[in-house]
Ligand binder design. Structure first.
Ligand SMILES: [Zn+2]
Length: 712
């Protein structure tokens, strides 16, 4: 996923500044000794993490906001008549200090946080919301943008410039620039309250997830885990200064260890800890936050002239309306649940054959599905993992595929400062040897890292500003005990390809304006390059190149490869159902009308799932409402459907590659030129259709998910 944990950065679209005249230099706390004061002199303007101290962020962020407001006001107050150059281009050049401070802060506070940084996040959240309001509700500034917009037909702008004008104008209008002064005041209050509530949700969730870890002193409760997993659990306990073993919670409902733990009581205990993590009636219970957030968002939508939050959010998306997104999900749900029901029956058969004497529950699903998989495909993770050593997957798989498609090459750099020793940095070059980007990867799980995996930028590409991209990938792969190799699952492999796909979208950016660059696209498009990149993980020429035994270097035996291939369709009913259920929850919360009373989350959730035929005893949503970080803490509210929407695009796109010769430089270069390098410089539906030769079709997705076998 992209940027889902960093609500603060998600708003930062104003762009960068080339010349810095810090108006806030008079601020005693901020001066030349602050490492953000001047642009970084490191290669690619990489942040000087070796010099940045925790206490440097807050003064730099605040000075950056002050500076940006002065810059924007100068544009608003310009006595010259508004032109594209003195208004739109000028705005693209504002906020450099703010950007560089926020990008580094977003990275560190998301992936390597501590109480000092958490406090800064909490304190800055409402100020940031007010900051964006101050820009987008600046009436004089909007009047200039609107004046240029009215003349657009006669300006003879190039296509990218016209797009910048339209997107910027739309952003102002959607932010409330057309509102009366009284309504603007109300909007500012709502934005601040939403931001504070969202931040409170994230803070509680992080603490609740940490508290929700399963701990035991009894090694036999962990039967089924490998020695290495048990050693990691012992190390996790040590890291928390506890005796025994600790299995930290992941952010999803289902927990990876449930596939191996053979003691049913342990599985149930872990599942319950996961399911109830934020509903324990303690200080970290998030239910009040989310019902309040849903109501605040509905009220804001009403103020802006929309029937509900989702209608407001989807206005600038590829899907365009909540109805289109709901229709798309409704089309997927019957096939998904029917396949999940068949999978559940296979699992119950195994339980019965083993005289289990119980009915399948969610905490049994992964354990027995692993057995069904083994029975059907004779494949288990322990057999596969020795062929997926992390560094080998990265360099001979993820990087290799990109080299084959796009000609880019990678060279590790040990001289670039990082915020944690686990991080590796690579310089990426084009086929002609010219520098393209810096790429950081931060793969191992830490207790002070948000859950899941994401990509973000430390520096965005822009020809106007003369910047090349600096992007990073974060994941939560289990860190091996010292001296052990990092052997990962096939699912982890696809996560790496996924996040790197976002990385390519950022690194290939080749646009004039920073606010249209790279991954700054609609949420239902932004997952397309990442999910598309996952397809290469199983592509024979790529797979054979990285799937080698970590000890012997032997290629994965052909029959094991065949099993992985077959297994790729396995359990897809469950996986799609849990995703559609989460996406439906998101859309149901966010299509609540402003007149709806404050909801009781558990009752609302049950009713929302019932209504969409997704209330299933064995397939819970991938995220429960109360720990659904994407929609309450991140930028994905009314946007979780975007993953599925983008899946339609990625399967359809991969079909094009298959039809046109697969992994070739010609195909890669064409895709790079027409899609990956283009950011948000054109209407996304048009951009896609121009590359594909037609609108996207859902058929390749249905086939890829194995939903076609019984005609539903
Ligand atoms: Zn993604």
């Amino acid at each position: 996923m992209l940027n889902h944990t960093i609500a603060l950065v998600a708003f930062a679209f104003i762009g960068l500044l080339t010349i810095s005249t810090p108006a806030a230099a008079s601020d005693a706390k901020f001066g030349p000794s602050n490492p953000f004061y001047a642009p970084s002199t490191l290669p690619f303007q990489a942040p000087p993490f070796d010099k940045i101290r925790d206490e440097d962020y807050q003064p730099a962020i605040e000075a950056g906001m002050a500076e940006e407001l002065i810059e924007v006001q100068a544009i608003a107050d310009n006595p010259a008549a508004p032109t594209f150059e003195n208004t739109l281009v000028a705005m693209e050049k504002t906020g450099l200090l703010f950007q560089r401070a926020m990008a580094a802060f977003g990275a560190v506070s998301g992936a390597n946080t501590n109480p000092v940084l958490q406090k800064v996040r909490t304190e800055e959240a409402p100020k940031l919301a007010a900051h964006y309001d101050a820009i987008y509700l600046n009436a004089k500034c909007f009047a200039r943008v609107a004046a240029v917009y009215q003349q657009r037909a006669s300006l003879k702008l190039d296509a990218e410039s016209l797009r910048l004008l339209e997107v910027t104008y739309d952003r102002f209008v959607r932010s409330g620039a057309n509102l009366s002064d009284a309504d603007k005041t109300e909007l500012k209050k709502l934005n601040e309250e939403i931001s504070t509530s969202s931040e409170a949700f994230s803070t509680k969730l992080l603490a609740a997830t940490k508290d929700g870890a399963y701990a035991t002193a009894d090694r036999s409760a962990l039967a089924g885990l490998s020695d290495a997993q048990i050693a990691a659990a012992a190390q996790a306990a040590q890291g928390r200064k506890q005796a025994g073993y600790v299995l930290p919670l992941q952010n999803t409902t289902q927990q990876p260890n449930l596939a191996s733990l053979s003691v049913r009581a342990t599985r149930e205990a872990i599942f319950q800890k996961s399911w109830n993590r934020t509903e324990r009636g303690d200080a970290n219970d998030t239910r009040d936050n989310i019902s309040r957030l849903a109501q605040l968002r509905a009220r804001r939508a009403q103020l802006l002239g929309y029937p509900n939050h989702a209608a407001w959010k989807l206005g600038d998306q590829m899907a365009k309306t909540p109805e289109a997104a709901l229709k798309f999900m409704d089309a997927l749900a019957p096939g998904a649940t029917a396949k999940a029901a068949r999978e559940g029956k296979d699992i119950q058969d195994v339980i019965d054959a083993q005289k289990g004497g119980f009915t399948l529950q969610p905490w049994d699903w992964d354990f027995y599905s692993e057995q069904v998989r083994k029975a059907k495909y004779d494949l288990n993770e322990a057999e596969v993992k020795p062929y997926f050593e992390l560094n080998n997957v990265l360099e001979n798989g993820v990087f290799y595929a990109a080299t084959q498609l796009y000609g880019i090459t990678f060279k590790e750099r040990k001289d670039i400062p990082v915020y944690h020793p686990d991080i590796r940095v690579f310089e990426v070059s084009n086929a002609d040897g010219k520098p393209l980007a810096l790429f950081y990867c931060d793969y191992f799980k830490r207790d002070n890292k948000n859950g899941g995996a994401w990509m973000d930028s430390l520096v965005s590409q822009s020809k106007l500003l003369g910047t090349l991209p600096v992007v990073f990938n974060v994941a939560n792969l289990p860190k091996p005990a010292p001296g052990e190799p990092a052997l990962i699952t096939y699912s982890d492999v696809t996560t790496m390809f996924h996040e790197f796909g976002h990385g390519l979208h950022g690194m290939f950016a080749n646009t004039e304006y920073p606010s249209l660059s790279g991954t700054s696209t609609a949420a239902d498009f932004v997952e397309f390059p990442s999910q598309f990149n996952e397809h290469w993980a199983l592509y024979p020429a790529v797979f054979d190149h990285y799937a080698k035994h970590y000890k012997t270097g032997a290629p994965m035996p052909a029959e094991l490869v065949a099993k992985i291939r077959k297994a790729a369709n396995f359990n897809q009913g469950y996986k799609l159902t849990e995703l559609v259920a989460a996406a439906e929850l998101d859309m149901q919360w966010h299509t609540l009308p402003p007149s709806a009373p404050l909801q009781q989350p558990d009752a609302f959730e049950k009713q929302a799932l019932e209504k969409t035929h997704l209330l299933l005893s064995t397939v819970p949503p991938r995220y429960r409402s109360s720990y659904f970080a994407h929609i309450w803490g991140g930028g994905y509210s009314a946007g979780y459907y975007a993953y599925l929407w983008a899946e339609m695009l990625d399967d359809d796109a991969y079909q094009w590659f298959e039809d046109n010769g697969g992994l070739t430089r010609a195909n890669g270069d064409r895709f790079r030129q027409m899609v990956l390098s283009r950011g948000n410089t054109e209407d996304l539906a048009k951009m896609y259709a121009a590359w594909r030769g037609r609108d996207p079709s859902v058929e390749p997705m249905m086939k890829d998910r194995g939903l076609r076998e019984s005609g539903q």
